[in-house]
Write a new protein. Structure first.
Length: 412
């Protein structure tokens, strides 16, 4: 930075006025020759322009801060501003133990970042605490109110709801930590229930749409998977085909254990513990009827005498079946033959086929996907016939994949 003053000039200036050294630092000479250093700056958070006095300045025969000392103080003030801290507020709280939100938030992030797992977690926190919370940073911790937090969240609540929710959560954590350290008291102004929940509009839920192949492409996808595992006997390709045939979720197949299979009844029963999903909040077991091809896949991947607790689809390099397939293994197998496909998208392909190419009732297709249909009374009444109809549906799906039929009519 190019400075405008020199030590000699500072000592010899006499006329009343304000003389800039650059970057906010000024030598001010008032009536009677009183000389002082002032630092002019814009308050963080849009608080307008203000100035901070550094004390008397040196002059001929007068003690005071030299130009070098004043520049050092000015640089310290600029460093605070870069962190979003008001130098005047910082001076006010010096020696009192009171901190600004910006100061405490930076220290708090430094103290907890070692526990973060995501590679972008620190950057995300810094973005929220430094950019989203810019208006909060210069405020003293005890002075922050619900209205202050609302001023940060309201402009982004509906525009970028996920980021807004994360920002709110991080503000709450910072203020909770400040209270735990005795730096503020009372209720947390960033609290959700009974506080901000009543003041912010309800943000619409955004639904994630998983990439799915058109169902007309599915027979070709399965054929490609079979070609791959005929050349290299890998469980992952068979698992991918099995998931397509049964229209189950990937996790349900990955963690399938040998004891869950009834080969005589051609039935797979997924335990209630693995069915605690949005559609099965009470965790009911789910019965999956198995087509002939699905049974053939299971017999191919399950060695004779397999332990009942062993995983059916074993992870790589795990001949004892003591570890399941990796989380992304099936996804990679599918993408290697059809890049636009996802594991959950297999279920969408199945559902589209049910609606476009069959006469099976909608509720049968939904029940095949383990979606909750109707109330408990209706579900109990349908239990006897739903399994039979779902078996017919999945057998028809298997035949379609084999290329044996395109349109399926429900038997009267």
């Amino acid at each position: 930075m190019a400075f405008k003053l020199s030590a000699r000039k500072v000592e010899t200036l006499k006329e009343k006025g304000r003389y800039s050294d650059g970057a906010g630092l000024y030598l001010r000479i008032a009536d009677g020759g009183r000389r002082s250093w002032v630092f002019r700056y814009l308050r963080p958070g849009g608080g307008g322009q203000t100035e901070l006095g550094f004390g008397p300045a040196v002059g001929r025969g007068k003690d005071g801060l030299s130009l070098a000392d004043a520049r050092e103080k000015a640089e310290a003030a600029r460093a605070l501003l870069r962190r979003g801290v008001d130098p005047a507020a910082d001076r006010k709280t010096a020696g009192t133990g009171v901190q600004t939100f910006g100061e405490f938030a930076d220290d708090y992030l430094e103290s907890i970042k070692a526990g973060f797992k995501g590679k972008n977690a620190v950057a995300d926190w810094k973005r929220d605490l430094e950019v989203r919370c810019k208006a909060l940073r210069p405020k003293l911790l005890p002075d922050i109110t619900t209205n202050d937090v609302l001023a940060v969240l309201a402009p982004i609540w509906l525009a970028i709801p996920r980021t807004a929710r994360e920002t709110r959560s991080r503000i709450e954590r910072v203020l909770s930590a400040a209270r735990a350290k005795g730096l503020r008291s009372g209720e947390n102004p960033a609290l959700w229930r009974g506080n901000l929940k009543e003041l912010l509009p309800k943000a619409p839920k955004s639904k994630r749409h998983h990439k799915a192949a058109p169902y007309k492409e599915v027979p070709g996808i399965v054929a490609a998977l079979r070609t791959k595992h005929s050349g290299a006997d890998t469980a992952v390709n068979r698992a991918a085909e099995f998931i397509i045939l049964t229209a189950v979720r990937t996790g349900e197949a990955r963690f399938m254990r040998a004891r869950e299979i009834d080969f005589e009844q051609k039935l797979w029963t997924i335990p209630a513990a693995r069915m605690k999903t949005e559609d099965h909040p009470e965790g009911r077991p789910h019965e999956v009827p198995l087509s002939a091809r699905a049974v053939a896949i299971l017999r191919a991947v399950m060695p004779e005498g397999l332990d009942p607790d062993a995983y059916v689809f074993a992870g790589q390099w795990c001949d004892e079946h003591t570890k399941p397939l990796g989380h992304n293994a099936v996804l990679h197998a599918l993408k290697s033959v059809y890049p636009a496909m996802t594991t959950h998208g297999c279920r969408s392909s199945f559902r589209d086929w049910c609606g476009d190419e069959t006469n099976f009732p909608r509720e049968i297709a939904e029940m095949a996907l383990a979606h909750k249909v109707g109330d408990e009374v209706e579900q109990a009444y349908r239990r006897g016939t739903a399994l039979k109809k779902r078996r017919e549906l999945l057998d028809a799906w298997s035949r379609y994949i084999e290329g044996q039929s395109n349109v399926v009519a429900l038997r009267a």
